[in-house]
Design a protein around this ligand. Structure first.
Ligand code: GZL
Length: 329
């Protein structure tokens, strides 16, 4: 049963957390954690994908704010540069450090069984945030994130509403290969456009980065040029990179090539507000509070909802203009 949660955005007056910067694969521990008001400090190992996008930056900030010393945590943070093997190594390290709990935002869905069995044997609970994985659900306590399939479906429904049955040439910038976000968005999008006039010329991963989106779009433009009428980018950052390529080619993004993306980060919404992107489906990154509460509930032996979904919106240009002034990420 899906349980919805709406992420409270408590940014105003939030204490700035000064945490030493982390290199892509090093771990960072907050300074000597103080004892939480109600008891022992909870040491949490957080294995983040990396720093590939604006969405990821907002998610990391949300998690670091929630897992603060003031909230009774000592955070051991690792960013894996989008490298699955580095992320598995980080989780092994957390187990060796005997942390109280492990949180993972998985780069890819596969390869998790062995290290999660090791965490289970060490009696260290694992909570997933953001990305899902292909592993026995008994190996993790809960998952928080967004419904990627629904996000893809919403983007596809906008495409069908906009282009109808008119034959329309489309290119796709996929997210990180093997990630649940890319796989599920593709599934939802393709189901929504089935039977429409959309002709997919090409689909290739840009690894959720601006640089990747720009490079791949340059290749698409070299091969298909002005025949491209629509771009579906599976996150804002790849869409923003593609905009650079489209403009460099002397074409108008949002006009010559319509663009739909997913995330709704401030940079993406700004591009939407000026018409360089035509539609954005939201993906809520501010998951920290829910994940931190779940860690405490699991350690307290409480029963927690296994799968919990964020509530996502979608924006056209007018809605982006209205939302931007108060947007928190
Ligand atoms: C979605 C998240 C994706 C974002 C990208 O929940 O996993 O990864 O869409 C990010 O921006 O890199």
């Amino acid at each position: 049963m899906k349980k919805k949660f709406v992420t409270g955005v408590l940014m105003a007056g939030a204490m700035a957390l000064v945490l030493s910067g982390c290199s892509s694969t090093s771990s960072t521990t907050t300074a000597g954690a103080t004892t939480a008001a109600a008891g022992k400090v909870i040491t949490v190992g957080f294995a983040q994908t990396g720093s590939e996008s604006g969405w990821r930056a907002a998610n990391t900030e949300s998690m670091k704010t929630a897992f603060s010393e003031a909230n009774g945590f000592k955070l051991v943070f690792n960013a894996a540069d989008n490298k699955p093997e580095a992320q598995i190594a980080a989780v092994h390290s957390f187990i060796n450090q005997k942390v109280d709990a492990i949180v993972i935002a998985a780069v890819v869905t596969t390869g998790w069984d062995d290290v999660l069995k090791e965490a289970q044997a060490a009696k260290i609970p694992v909570i997933l945030e953001d990305r899902t994985i292909d592993a026995d659900p008994s190996l993790y306590a809960a998952w928080f994130g967004d419904d990627f399939n629904k996000e893809g479906k919403t983007a596809g429904e906008w495409v069908v509403k906009t282009f109808g049955s008119t034959p329309t040439n489309m290119v796709v910038l996929e997210g990180t290969t093997g990630s649940s976000a890319a796989t599920d968005r593709t599934t939802g999008f393709n189901a929504a456009i089935k039977g429409s006039g959309i002709v997919q010329l090409a689909s290739q991963t840009g690894d959720f980065t601006r640089a990747g989106g720009k490079t791949v779009m340059e290749g698409f433009l070299q091969k298909y040029g002005k025949t491209i009428q629509l771009l579906f980018a599976q996150n804002d950052d790849m869409g923003l990179g593609a905009i650079d390529a489209i403009e460099a080619a002397g074409l108008k993004p949002g006009v010559d090539i319509k663009i739909v993306t997913i995330d709704a980060t401030k940079d993406g919404m700004t591009a939407l507000s000026v018409g360089k992107i035509n539609y954005i489906v939201e993906c809520q990154p501010l998951l920290g509070d829910q994940v931190a509460k779940t860690v405490k509930d699991v350690l307290a032996g409480k029963t927690v909802e296994k799968m919990q979904y964020g509530v996502d919106g979608a924006f056209d240009q007018a809605q982006a203009l209205a939302a931007l002034p108060t947007r928190k990420y």
